[in-house]
Structures are given as C-alpha cells and as structure tokens.
Design a protein around this ligand. Structure first.
Ligand code: TXA
Ligand code: MG
Length: 335
C-alpha cells in the first residue's frame, strides 16, 4: 500500500480522522514519540497495528484521548488518586493504568482487564483524535525491537508502505515514551519511567510512589530458569536496539570516564570497527530528545560500536538510562 504523507493542515487532519474511522492506520506526532494509531474500539483495526509493527499481540496498547469526557468511556472506575494527577499532568507525557471499561476490546489491552490511557499534549495528536471522533490506540510507530521514532523520517524508515498515512509533524520535544503509572494498586506504581518522574509525582500527591521492582533487574544476567516479569508487558521485549553494539561507560570521575572513552575508541580502531561516542554530560533533557534519533542515524552510517556515557541516575536521568541500558543489553563498563 502507498503510505500517504500528510502535512499538518485542517483538511489533512480531517482526512486522517476518516482513515482511522474506516479502520486504517495513521502515524502521528506526540510530544513523546510518534504513535501508530488505530480506532481503539475496532478490534480488527487494532489487530492490524500488531501486524504492521511485527509485535507480539500480548503487548497492550495505550489509548489516547482528547477530552476528559472520553475517559469515562475507557475506564470502568476512576480512582481518587487519579484526580490530582490528571489535573497536574494532562494533557502531557504520562499514561495512567486503570480498570478497563467493557467497551474496550480485549485485543486493545492485550487480554488484560486494565487499560493504559493518555491525553497527549501535542495539538496535532489531539486534533487527530477529535477528527476521528474516537479514542485512538497507539503504540510507538516503530517496527518491534527498533528505537522509538521521534521524527517522521524515522517513522517512514520503519513503516513506509505498511500503513495508510503519516502526519508530517515536528520532531518530538520529549523524545522518550510516556511515564506509565499503574493506579490499580494501593500505592501508585511506575511501570515505565518517563519525563514525569517519581519525584514529581510524589510532590503532587504528597505521598509515596513506587517503581516496579522489575525495572532494577537486569534480565540479561539472570540465572537460567528464572523468569522476568515486569508489570508492563512491553518492558520485557528486547527494545530500542540498533544494529550497532552499544556500551555504557559509567563513573563519577569525569576525567576517568573521558579517558576510558578514548581508550575504547582506540581499541575499536585497532579492531577496524567504526566507533562513535555519545556524551551528553549531565544533560538528561538533551539526551532524551536526541538518543533514539541518534541511534537510527548511526545505524544508517553503519557504525559498529556506540559508546554512551551514563547519565546521573536520578529524575529524568533515571528514565533515559532505562532506555540506554536496554539498547546496550546492559553492557556497562564501570570506571
Ligand atoms: O509516549 C508513549 O507512551 C507513546 C506515544 C505514542 O503515546 N506510546 C508508546 O506505546 O510508547 P508502546 O505501545 O510502545 O508502549 C506502551 C507501554 C508498554 O510497555 C505496555 O506494556 C504498557 O505501556 N502498557 C499499556 N497498557 C498497559 C496495561 N494495561 N497494563 C500494564 N502495562 C501497560
Ligand atoms: Mg514502543
């Protein structure tokens, strides 16, 4: 199929909304990463998203809404703790897990009785949802296992001729996927860290927020037979993986880290490997915005090894390191 390239105009958004209504697939910008959207209430349309991504169908999708009125159609129960969080962070880069309403097809939630719901900040995204007149189920618009797309060129790299249309929006401002916060337990639990951090959420609530303990487990180094059970099913797949080998260089002493990067670059040169270092210093925001796009760019340049300087693992740095560690398969050099 020919994938339509649609500039962001009122007419094109209406057209894209029509594609969604008739069961088609439209990739669209959000403030986090590009999403691959389908009518969340149409089981067949949602199935075709899994197909286009090459994604296992037990992986639940996030349902995107544009108006508060749509929340009650998606969730059977809105927990009290959700109220201040929604007020503080929607529209924005955070997904809340709630008990699903009956009308949400099981294929949308990967067979779970809960649903992830997000109201994106991106105007283009909310305009599309309004034009579709339905909530839009959307995973990130990458082929399964590839880095999430933060520019429309990256969407086309993975999805050209596999989907109906792409909205040609801006590059994504945040650059990593939304925080996923489970509100179905006694204490809110972060299943996927993102731009909205644990510290921010605790400040808003004035009470404790937990991390899914699985976020701290290195699945690569577990003994055989042990299973890896993150609560967000999507977190268990090999993720964000470029073709190049990624290594993280971690340490508190700046000079020692720089020396190790130089040393590694030299070793790669001897081995006739093309190597590049990514050093964002302590700037987690810049790293979030750049990292996925940079991995794709280095793949196009046929780089063999990418050396990534670790970020301080606090606040946004923790969220970005979660992606960096996964892309590296947890290969870390401590200096
Ligand atoms: O920023 C984002 O969240 C982007 C944009 C497009 O909104 N979307 C995105 O979707 O990253 P996706 O499918 O790539 O990741 C969704 C994550 C997965 O890890 C999935 O397992 C988790 O959210 N998730 C969704 N619904 C869930 C549920 N009911 N229970 C637990 N985890 C859920
Ligand atoms: Mg994804």
């Amino acid at each position: 199929m020919d994938t339509e390239r649609l500039e962001i105009t009122e007419k094109n958004i209406d057209h894209a909304g029509e594609i969604i209504r008739r069961g088609g697939l439209v990739a669209f910008p959000t403030e986090t990463v590009y999403g691959l959207g389908a009518n969340a209430l149409d089981a067949d349309a949602v199935r075709s998203v899994y197909e286009a991504k090459g994604r296992p169908s037990d992986n639940p999708m996030i349902v995107h809404i544009a108006e508060m009125g749509q929340l009650a159609d998606m969730a059977s129960e809105i927990p009290a703790v959700a109220v201040p969080l929604i007020q503080a962070y929607w529209p924005g880069p955070i997904t809340f897990i709630m008990k699903k309403a009956e009308g949400v097809p099981m294929v949308t939630t990967g067979g779970l009785d809960t649903v992830g719901i997000r109201m994106p900040l991106s105007e283009a995204a909310r305009d599309l949802i309004r034009a579709a007149e339905r909530p839009i189920a959307a995973p990130s618009a990458n082929r399964s296992g590839r880095p999430s797309p933060t520019r429309y060129e990256d969407v086309l790299e993975d999805m050209d001729s596999r989907i109906d249309a792409v909205l040609l929006g801006e590059d994504c401002e945040v650059g990593i996927e939304s925080t996923v916060l489970d509100l179905t337990g006694e204490v809110p639990m972060i299943l996927r860290p993102g731009y909205i951090t644990k510290e921010m959420l605790e400040f808003t609530l004035g009470s404790e927020v937990k991390y899914d303990p699985a976020l701290f487990v290195d699945p690569m180094h577990r003994s055989e037979g042990e299973e890896f059970h993150p609560k967000a099913p999507g977190m268990k797949y090999r993720h964000y993986a470029p073709k190049a080998e990624v290594k993280i260089i971690e340490g508190d002493d700046d000079a020692a880290v720089e020396r190790e990067i130089e040393e590694q670059l030299r070793l790669c040169k001897y081995a006739r490997q093309k190597a590049v270092a990514l050093n964002y210093g302590r700037d987690s925001k810049a790293a979030a915005k750049d990292f996925f796009a940079r991995l794709r760019e280095l793949d196009r340049e046929d780089v063999d090894v990418i050396l990534v300087r670790a970020l301080p693992e606090e606040e946004l740095g923790f969220s970005v390191m979660n992606r960096m560690l996964k892309s590296a398969g947890y290969d870390v050099i401590h200096v």
